[in-house]
Design a protein around this ligand. Structure first.
Ligand SMILES: CC(C)(COP(=O)(O)OP(=O)(O)OC[C@H]1O[C@@H](n2cnc3c(N)ncnc32)[C@H](O)[C@@H]1OP(=O)(O)O)[C@@H](O)C(=O)NCCC(=O)NCCS
Length: 167
């Protein structure tokens, strides 16, 4: 059951998002200033270059998860980051955030959505597979600390069906 509201990330949410990032990724976490920079860049860009969305827990109004999308080239985009707070997992929040990303891709004419994930992060791999991503390749020794391969997953963005906006 999904009891979250999904909103675009703005400066006022960046601190909480950065705290969740550290909770979920530890030493691999994006530094807090990255969220500020991306929010500013995406809001100021002329065309659609990307977006961070935040899932707010409706009862406590706290950040339950977030996802980041970056348009990389004509017709393609990368899902660059995604996390759901440990206490909020397996409630469909991750799937809801991916639905927002897919809806934005449809609106922006993006046909192929990519992402990279650590080979050992099988929980995330299972999640992405459940969302329709398939393995397209891998980068050997892509990550440091610990050194590890990245799996490259991709989703062919489905045609827009005119359903309710998930965001
Ligand atoms: C991966 C992650 C975002 C999933 O978020 P979530 O909100 O728990 O996912 P959902 O509840 O929407 O799950 C949707 C489906 O994905 C699959 N799934 C999710 N978590 C899973 C797990 N731990 N093991 C196996 N399958 C899983 C299931 O099929 C699930 O459907 P079900 O609950 O009906 O069985 C979350 O576990 C997370 O934040 N992990 C740490 C950060 C991370 O690794 N991010 C990815 C970096 S590339």
């Amino acid at each position: 059951m999904v009891d979250v509201t999904v909103v675009p990330c703005d400066e006022s949410l960046c601190k909480e998002v950065a705290a969740l990032e550290v909770m979920c990724f530890g030493a691999d976490a994006w530094p807090p200033e990255v969220f500020h920079t991306l929010c500013r860049m995406y809001s100021e860009s002329a065309g659609f270059r990307g977006q961070i969305w935040v899932a707010l827990d409706e009862q406590r109004r706290t950040v339950a998860g977030y996802v980041a999308l970056e348009v990389t080239s004509l017709g393609e985009a990368e899902l660059t980051n995604l996390a759901v707070a440990p206490a909020c997992r397996r409630r469909g929040i991750g799937r809801r955030l991916v639905s927002c990303v897919i809806a934005a891709c449809q609106q922006a004419g993006v046909e192929l959505l990519w992402l990279r994930v650590r080979r050992s992060n099988q929980r995330a791999v299972r999640f992405y597979e459940a969302c329709g991503f398939v393995k397209r390749g891998e980068f050997r020794d892509y990550y440091d600390d610990p050194r590890e391969d990245a799996l490259i997953l991709a989703l062919e963005v489905p045609e827009e069906r005119g359903e309710d906006d998930p965001c």
